[in-house]
Design a protein around this ligand. Sequence first.
Ligand code: SF4
Ligand code: MG
Length: 318
Amino acid sequence: KEKLIEVKNLKKYFSIGKGKVLKAVDDVSFDIYKGETLGLVGESGCGKSTIGRTIIQLYNATSGQVNYDGKDSREKSAVELKKMKRNMQMIFQDPYSSLNPRMTVLEIISEGIGNHEAHLNTKEKEAKVYHLLESVGLNKSHAQRYPHEFSGGQRQRIGIARALAVEPEFIIADEPIAALDVSIQAQIVNLMQELQQKKELTYLFIAHDLSMVKHISDRIAVMYLGAMVELSDSENLYDHPLHPYTQALLSAIPIPDPKIERTRERIILEGDLPNPVDPPSGCRFRTRCPKAMQMCSESVPIWEEVSSNHFVACHLYH
Ligand code: SF4
Ligand code: MG
């Protein structure tokens, strides 16, 4: 499989005053393959949005690198950078806050097209907006309305149409369904999958729990407190989770069919999420890990591929 994005030893630190540093992303390495959906899961504040924003160049990395199409973003020319940024778009949890309330849907989506295809005249742009609206399950009649006139699910569709206006190849969806009703969530996930096939898109799909990413992801990465702890094919991750944190997250997902006997013991994590400004020594999960050993406080577990395409950072497997 071809790699679209390679993230190598990425660190993103924020200085938060009084000499303190928040290590939002601390030495994370992974790849994203062309055409796949990589799910990125973890509790809020674990650094998943920061990874997305650093890949898309909304943030500069503190250190480490992000390669796009085989080339380090820092070594790209201005023209290449511009092209790269256009090829990457973001969809947000709350599209409402990112849609200008004083602009019509037509204006909102045209804006994206205008930046991308300046040569189009007004009529051509309009036709393209209508086409985009149809591709997300809306239509021409919605074009003259304002964001507040739509439901949450419809607004997310508008957000998707706007992202698609520049014809990107990579989309970071930052909790795109977390704020929607359960019935609407499935519709948006289905729409995203349909668009992925039609337009050969690659997705980084960020979510705070594993049940949300299960159906859309080819592979899933799990984060805890700024570090990646496990990454694997989705099915394998569900069937053979290795990291104790992944095991705990999975044990919390209800099994929908009562006829299926629950094979997973519910694992309740003790304690609160530690302060990311002052994470535990060694393995940062050790203060809540049911399997913590002496060495877990002494050394940081290495991120390693323990079997084909299955990465984990935990002393139990080295
Ligand atoms: Fe638990 Fe130790 Fe593995 Fe960390 S390294 S997850 S503390 S067993
Ligand atoms: Mg977030």
